[in-house]
Design a protein around this ligand. Sequence first.
Ligand code: SIN
Length: 486
Amino acid sequence: MIQLEHPALFKTQSYINGRWVEASTGAAIQVYNPFDQTLLGSVPDLGVEDCTRAIEAAAAAFQEWRDYTAAKRSKILRRWYELQLEHVDDLAKILTLEQGKPVAEAKGEIRYGASFVEWFAEEAKRVYGDVIPGHGSDKRITVIKQPVGVVGAITPWNFPNAMITRKIAPALAAGCTVVIKPSELTPFSALALAELAAQAGFPPGVINILTTSDAAAIGKELTSNPKVKKISFTGSTRVGKILLRQAADSVKKVSMELGGNAPFIVFDDADVEAAVEGAIASKFRNAGQTCVCSNRIFAQEKVYDEFVTKLAAAIQDITIGNGMEKGVNVGPLIEPKALSFVETLVQDAVDKGATVLAGGKKAVNHDLIFEPTLITEPSTEMMVYREEIFGPVAPVFKFSSEAEVIALANDTNYGLASYFYGRDYARIWRVAEALEYGMVGINTGMISTTVAPFGGIKESGFGREGSKYGIDDYVNIKYMCWGGVS
Ligand code: SIN
């Protein structure tokens, strides 16, 4: 049981059609704190039948919700946003306990998550159509945008709050209703959001949250049930491909925010100190467990030694430990298999000749904490070059020319985030245009914000979240041709 200022935020039931419910089978999932493996509580382990019920509730609620005026939907969203800010401390505590990230970072995530709700409360009022000059003198053309219907949102454990709000705030703003499947590792943040949504005044069935350990079966139901009109998924490229195939049968609208293999390039004219700061921010956020974390760092020959020395020093300043403790910057990885994967990557690099300049192993006395690690002189033959690391390991590759580093940076199936540091403005333009990525950070390691379109290309997916573009994924465009206007 988690001690909170407002204990009502700690929910241990799923939320369907405005009711807190158990699984129809009575099954439950136990949820543990990744820092010390203490039991936090349990939530229902719902099955397909429960999922179908939630979809039906969302489909029924859609008939009413889509007809609310934009102003009325906006007001409820705004209230939900305010409630999230009023409960930042409790929401962050829940998040840290179930996910492990430091509580200061968790508070950042709650504010980041809430900012999507604020933004789309405003955007709800701006789902404008068009009037297009007709193709005949008696013709008039109008375009309207309508909500797609029921949205199935499947969200990950690394951002248990913000990945939900980033998907469902635009959906709700547009007039859609939602069925959300959060990760079974971090369900409490999702349920706390549902409690606040109920307080904010969303009608029953508009927001439904399914907790389950059977991601495959629920994913199948969400992608195949004809009442679901849109799927939005954040997670691995492997699972994204499965969902895409499944959604193809009923030709659903789909958004995919999948894996990344972000390059972080330091050119020889870069402000090296700033680059180190950016690398620390983008690499070690959430212990390296974000899709936009820099994965492969490339430093140009002339600044390689200076960059690596300064990065090693900055890594020594990182404090690892319990995310609930003040001053901790890096917490545990989410589960044992995540830690073993990171160990495998580092071992592979060492076996193939790389040097470990900092960290390199599991922290003493902490089961799931991996020490912030710096690997120098890695090669393209190593797993750290190809794989999404999803852990606090920074391999720094050496390069000599712009053409060489562009080729290396683009040598991946992924295309989510990329970063580079340099001062020559012509090169900045050339490189930004040449990088095959949906997002480019130029002289910054932090690119995530509500106001910009978040999303990838290639096997990192498609669709954009946040910004003025974020609502597009939740509306259908309808064109009306008016004849006989003479
Ligand atoms: C993610 O890792 O999927 C999201 C990261 C972000 O929004 O910054």
